[in-house]
Structures are given as structure tokens and as C-alpha cells.
Design a protein around this ligand. Structure first.
Ligand code: ZN
Length: 277
């Protein structure tokens, strides 16, 4: 197996994964989406709300605010697996509070930056996510409980906003059959083909999405688009809470632990069967 990095930004990554099956790439994708945990507000205690929005409306908005935290510094338990029995303690819950009010002259907007965390290093990924606008003489006072969860339970816990892969494309131009009509350059919105000198060439092969639109317009046989089934182009974007390398590492660890668990269960089942017989 080999990984060739194409792009790496704080919140996104694109790489070529070689010598793998599509099933393996899909297992990484599904684990990243559904099983890698993240920290999100789950319970909201409303102490005072005279804003124009219902309590439930505000709680729903707060649940969708992505939180930034360092997974290595903050070693949280899942709440239902914690020693506290799911009541909520500092080993499974991070408390964030909001307290804002206006006088009879002013209006203001409650932003995500108004969430004050009890735990150092936990904060919204952006300070400018609007929660609610307060009119004159209005107040909002809340206590929010953030906890770890998984995307398979609710999409708000997905650490990635898009995660996918495509088969590795191999577009080629036949010099004998190409008439240099340049139609393929106009047709391909991904900019795969470019004119170099007097000829059309494949300039950005990795941009090809295998749509085949150029094949419909071009001289028959002038362009061929094959693929390498042992390679995929993998790309995804995180919601900002974790960096892409952490998400991938966690997905790999979870995949290994799931396979270990399967192996142990299979072995104990076979031993039990042997004892019965
Ligand atoms: Zn706990």
C-alpha cells in the first residue's frame, strides 16, 4: 500500500491510495464518517430565554456548532461508558455557558464566541456563527453539555463534512486519431486537456472524473479513458474540529480494533462449537 499526498490543508486533504481494493477505501470512508467520534453540544439547560426563538430552536442551533479540541490533550470517555454512569462528569462532559442580555435601548446578536467553555482548549471553530438576535430588554442564559458521539448516531457528530474517493483515471489522446479540433478542451469543465503548441495534451489527468463527456464529442478513438482499479483518489474536508490526519489515523485504529473484535468473537464461537461436539 502506498499514499501519495496531492494536497494537505488544515481542514482538507487529497491523496492517491495505491495497491488497495475499492472495498478497503470504502471501509476507511465509512469508518471516518460513522465511527470517528467528535465533541458536540448534546444537552442544553435553559436558565433564561426571552429571545424571539424557542428553547428547542436555540438548542438545535447550538448542537450544530462545530467545536475545536485537541484529541490528544482531552481524553474524554463516551458518556454511556463513563464511570459516572451517564450522569455527566468532567471525564465525559464539557460545559459551555452563554449569558447575554440587552437593556431597553440596544439590540445585539448572540454569536458562537459567546459560548464560554469550562475546559481549556475547547471552543467553537468559528467565533462568528450567529445563534440568535436579541431585541431590547431580552436575555439568554444557557448551560450547554458537550459530549463525544459518533456520526452513526447523529450526523452532527461526523467529524468530516464530505469524504469520498474515485477510481484513478487514465485519460489518453491518440496522436494518430486526434484532429486537434479542440472541442475536448471546451467540453471538459475540469480542465483535463490543454493546448500545448499545436497539439492537444492531457494536462491534468487527476482532474478527470470519468464522466466520458469528451468521448461523446470527440473523433471516435481519439480519446480513451481507462482506469486503474488498484488506485483511488481519496479526498475529504473536516468540519474544523480535527485535522484531516487525525481523522484518518483514528479511522485506521477503529478499523483495526473492529477486525480484532471480529477475530476474537469468531475464535470464541469456534471454541464453544468444538466443546459442544
Ligand atoms: Zn462521566
Amino acid at each position: 500500500m502506498d499514499i501519495e499526498l496531492i494536497e494537505l490543508f488544515p481542514n482538507s486533504i487529497k491523496f492517491i491510495l495505491s495497491d488497495v481494493s475499492l472495498a478497503f477505501a470504502n471501509a476507511i470512508r465509512r469508518t471516518g464518517l460513522a465511527e470517528v467520534s467528535s465533541l458536540v453540544i448534546e444537552d442544553v439547560y435553559v436558565l433564561k430565554n426571552t429571545s424571539p426563538l424557542f428553547d428547542e430552536f436555540i438548542a438545535h442551533r447550538l448542537g450544530l456548532v462545530p467545536l475545536k479540541y485537541d484529541i490528544n490533550d482531552l481524553d474524554l470517555n463516551f458518556r454511556d461508558e463513563c464511570d459516572c454512569g451517564g450522569i455527566g462528569c468532567n471525564m465525559c462532559t464539557v460545559t459551555l455557558t452563554i449569558s447575554k442580555e440587552t437593556d431597553n435601548q440596544t439590540t445585539t446578536v448572540v454569536y458562537s464566541s459567546d459560548l464560554i467553555s469550562s475546559t481549556e482548549g475547547v471552543e467553537p471553530i468559528s467565533s462568528t456563527i450567529p445563534i440568535v438576535k436579541l431585541g431590547p430588554n431580552q436575555a439568554l442564559e444557557l448551560e450547554c453539555m458537550a459530549q463525544l458521539g459518533q456520526g452513526k448516531e447523529h450526523a452532527k457528530w461526523q467529524p468530516v463534512s464530505a469524504m469520498g474517493y474515485q477510481i484513478f483515471p487514465i485519460p489518453k489522446i491518440s496522436k494518430d486519431k486526434c484532429t486537434n479540433c479542440l472541442i475536448c478542451i471546451e467540453a471538459c469543465y475540469r480542465g483535463v486537456f490543454q493546448k500545448v503548441g499545436d497539439n492537444v495534451q492531457v494536462a491534468n489527468p487527476l482532474n478527470c472524473t470519468l464522466c466520458g463527456y469528451c468521448l461523446d464529442l470527440c473523433e471516435p478513438g481519439a480519446i480513451t479513458i481507462n482506469n486503474d482499479p488498484t488506485k483511488v483518489i481519496f479526498s475529504f474536508e473536516t468540519n474544523g474540529g480535527m485535522n484531516p490526519a487525525t481523522v484518518l489515523t483514528k479511522a485506521g485504529e477503529l478499523l483495526i480494533s473492529n477486525i480484532d473484535e471480529f477475530k476474537k468473537t469468531l475464535e470464541s464461537t469456534l471454541i464453544d462449537k468444538e466443546k459442544e461436539s
